[in-house]
Design a protein around this ligand. Structure first.
Ligand SMILES: NC(=O)c1ccc[n+]([C@@H]2O[C@H](COP(=O)([O-])OP(=O)(O)OC[C@H]3O[C@@H](n4cnc5c(N)ncnc54)[C@H](OP(=O)(O)O)[C@@H]3O)[C@@H](O)[C@H]2O)c1
Length: 215
């Protein structure tokens, strides 16, 4: 599969891109928004393309041209205001879904957030963030794309364990290393049990392969 990683310079995005680059059965293209990031990937032998989620859908569609799948791992981050949450996490994600459809991409994996599908469990302090994630996920569900919505718990920077818990609904707050989220994304690309569905994801006691089979 040829996979476009959106947000490839981010923490999950970078690990996902590098894992895909190491695998023989996938080819990866990193989507970044700055020239120096582009050069950094190219120096590592990774195909890279410049595009900005605040730019037009046509530019994003060009970035996705020739790809079989998109992994959306971008985000406005915790340091920006609610305006960027709207522009990146909501509109940027939806524009990328539109762009993937335009470019004839078949598969789209979205990095969402734990319980984004369940209003009763949204963290009051960042409710606007959950609104953005919720409606971006809905737009993907309503698209023509074969989608997987991965909703991880609180992200950690420690090494992954490869042991996870997945389910349609995991209401208790919990965490997961970014490395394991990246592994789940890569493993979900061809996993039919993950097609056209969303799931919560936290650290657990099953191997990723086994956990995905329970979906
Ligand atoms: N933090 C948590 O506990 C948590 C929990 C669940 C889910 N999530 C979600 O997980 C995802 C990944 O998280 P992360 O921590 O790996 O993210 P991250 O390190 O903040 O990376 C986000 C990436 O998005 C890129 N980006 C931002 N605006 C862009 C634009 N206009 N055009 C193109 N790219 C743009 C950034 O580019 P630059 O490198 O140029 O800045 C960055 O590379 C996010 O969607 C986040 O909401 C987070």
């Amino acid at each position: 599969m040829k996979v476009l990683v959106v947000g490839a310079n981010g923490q999950i995005g970078k690990q996902t891109t590098e894992m895909l680059q190491e695998q023989n059965d996938h080819h990866v293209r990193a989507m970044v928004r700055k020239e120096d990031q582009l050069n950094e990937f190219k120096e590592k032998g990774i195909e890279a393309v410049l595009a900005d989620l605040e730019g037009p859908v046509e530019q994003l569609a060009q970035a996705a041209e020739g790809c079989d799948a998109v992994i959306f791992a971008a985000g406005s981050g915790g340091q920006t205001g609610a305006d960027k949450t709207l522009l990146i996490d909501l509109d940027g994600a939806i524009k990328m879904v539109e762009a993937a459809e335009k470019a004839g991409v078949e598969r789209f994996l979205m990095v969402s957030a734990l319980q984004a599908h369940n209003r009763d469990n949204w963290n009051e302090k960042i409710r606007h963030y959950y609104v953005a994630k919720h409606y971006a996920d809905k737009a993907l569900e309503e698209s023509s794309l074969n989608h997987t919505i991965v909703r991880p718990g609180g992200l950690l920077n420690e090494a992954g364990t490869g042991q996870v818990r997945v389910a349609t609904d995991l209401p208790e707050r919990a965490t997961i290393p970014r490395e394991d989220v990246a592994r789940v994304l890569v493993a979900s690309l061809n996993q039919e049990k993950a097609f056209n569905r969303g799931f919560d994801l936290v650290s657990g006691e099953q191997s990723i392969e086994e956990a995905l089979k329970t979906l």
